[in-house]
Design a binder for this molecule. Structure first.
Ligand SMILES: Nc1nc2c(c(=O)[nH]1)N[C@H]1C(S)=C(S)[C@@H](COP(=O)(O)O)O[C@H]1N2
Ligand SMILES: [Mo]
Length: 221
């Protein structure tokens, strides 16, 4: 491993433009709603067996010595955790399906990591905190309602299939919020900031939905 969080790549401008056009055209919309109690695949999605890599093209190497996670903003106790601090938090496992807005879904992903709720309970959100803004080592940003982050199934994943999470999939630390489209699950996560008003991230300012529920087809908005 290198001793710095070195970016390895450049932004894929073509991918960004294509996805902006999809948002303008409302591509892939079926105009229906899915029922997660009845169907396993959300509307307009297609099942894959492999695990695609999807990002802006900058895949930073984040050595564990430099991996920090800050949880700040509208909290009583801001946290700034080193890798050692993070590894001292009890880990749990989850199994879930993931759904990318570019149409692929993948079933039965087996994660290990830190429950988001453990850290939220330590930081203690203030009553006026209603949204979160997140930032990653590649410069990627995305946002969520706090209620969508504060869920039992959400993990700060360090492992996938009992192996350390690969760099291309966001290792050493990524968020997994399985009930929303996968662009709401930032890889190489660096900071979570609780805020009062919603703040659109990278894809949200380019036509993508503020919340992103795949069952409601909240692709664009
Ligand atoms: N830091 C970062 N996180 C990111 C992205 C990104 O470009 N940068 N892309 C998002 C998108 S669009 C998807 S579909 C998933 C893809 O994760 P994967 O490459 O592990 O499949 O990561 C999300 N998280
Ligand atoms: Mo995506």
């Amino acid at each position: 491993m290198t001793d710095d969080a070195a970016p390895a790549g450049t932004i894929k401008d073509k991918l960004v433009r294509t996805k902006e056009r999809w948002a303008e055209e409302g591509r892939l919309l079926t105009g229906t709603h899915g029922d997660p109690d009845r169907d396993r695949l959300p509307p307009g999605q297609r099942l894959v067996k492999d695990w695609p890599v999807l990002d802006l093209g900058i895949q930073p190497t984040v050595p564990e010595a430099k991996a920090r996670l800050d949880l700040d903003g509208l909290v009583e106790t801001p946290l700034s955790l080193s890798w050692q601090d993070l590894m001292a938090v009890p880990q749990e496992t989850r199994r879930n399906d993931i759904h990318c807005v570019t149409q692929w879904s993948r079933y039965d992903n087996y994660w290990r990591g830190i429950p988001v709720r453990t850290l939220l309970q330590r930081a203690r959100p203030k009553p006026e905190a209603r949204f979160v803004a997140m930032e990653s080592h590649d410069g990627y940003t995305t946002n969520l309602p706090l209620a969508d982050l504060d869920r039992d199934e959400n993990l700060l994943a360090t492992h996938w299939d009992d192996k350390p999470l690969e760099r291309v999939h966001g290792g050493p630390l990524r968020l997994v919020v399985p009930h929303l489209y996968f662009w709401k699950s930032p890889k190489w996560l660096r900071r979570i900031t609780l805020i009062a008003e919603d703040k659109p991230g990278f894809w949200e300012v380019r036509g993508y939905h503020l919340r992103g529920d795949p069952w409601m087809e909240e692709r664009y908005g």
